[in-house]
Design a protein around this ligand. Sequence first.
Ligand SMILES: *Cc1c(COP(=O)(O)O)cnc(C)c1O
Length: 445
Amino acid sequence: MAVMNGELGIRREHALRAAVEHGLVGEREPVVGLLDITGIEESATSLHAAFATPGVMITHTFAVKAASLVPVLALLGECGLGAEVASPGELALARAAGIPADRIVLDSPAKTVAELREALALGIALNADNPEELARIDALRAGAEGSGSPVGLRVNPQIGAGSIGAMSTATATSKFGVALRDPGAEEWVLRAYAERPWLNRLHTHTGSQGVPLELMAAGVKAAYELAERINAAARRQQVTVLDIGGGLPVNFGSDDTTPSFADYADLLRAEVPGLFDGRYGLVTEFGRSLLAKNGTVLARVEYAKSAGGRPIAVTHAGAQVATRTVFVPDAWPLRVLALDAKGQEKSGDPVVQDVAGPCCFAGDLVATGRPLPLLEAGDHVALLDTGAYYFSNHFAYNSLPRPAVHGYAVRADGTVEFAPVRTAQSEAELIAESGGALPPLRRGN
Ligand SMILES: *Cc1c(COP(=O)(O)O)cnc(C)c1O
């Protein structure tokens, strides 16, 4: 069932105009990220509502890599969410946002001993990726005075790929988790649990953008059935929590939310009813689906030119803020709005044109051959559905600065209030980050 979201578009329209009017985007800062605070709250509410089941303890965590911005994590924390982290940096951000330890899950395929030790000391839940990591956890637990950390094992049910290879985490040869269908793997898993009475969670994250819901549900079902076999072998409820990962795909084609959290939860209720009968606590780790539709990149058109008969708008939004779209355009197409100098949607007959970014390589295009009202110097473009994995995941090409990010809320009278989420990276910060405080390399050393 589609969730129509007319309000989202109306709020965005107000925000784009106000951002230009307030000078948030201009000569000095020609590109900014905007986040719809109301939209984020609504996403969190719909997630809670979709999964809520009497008698089932559910912890929804947000995959920090989707929007690694502390004020956003804090807002989600206020909405009752936790954080799924996959590096020391992401853990630090989650803690800086005040996310309590019992709502943080550490997943990452390459945790160092130091990271594991810190997580165990903080009592943060962690999911071991492979046998070698589990052995490290054994050693750390033996040394410590016990640990309150819930520990799980990540499994790969090898159910197959979606339409985007790089996003498909449950193929036969995926780098994540214990590959369940490999010879001897399940026997090893059952033994690993039998030998470790404290191993009490099971984790799977079977896909991301491009993976159909049915395939995701099949992955969760495989993990659930494995938990049932582990518990049967243990003759007790050893696995008490199933972490079903994230991965709900996002519709980049319109403002409608399809599929919705409710679609996915309903499918899981039908396909894996045991998940909701109260014997298991649940953890989820959604990223893109919580934030994508709540974010917009707004950028100035610096020049309008033409080459080989093709009009090209040269804007300030390119690979540095829309990395995946620029490098893998077929997998990650974005809707682009043509806005005038005041940030209002342009009218006029569509003209087939390219929308280019500021980076110095020829492929830095966010849209190719796109029919839009003809863009001119001083106009603006808006890249829609970019709240997750876009402006929050900066690509430092050409030393272009990380742009500022602002949250917005639209009052009943249409006025817009902005709240800072991240300031633009300054030149001093850029120089410092590039070794500016260090001595020059010397010749002849
Ligand atoms: C990336 C990731 C997620 C979030 O994926 P989305 O597609 O953004 O929902 C959740 N869990 C793990 C382990 C991940 O790597």
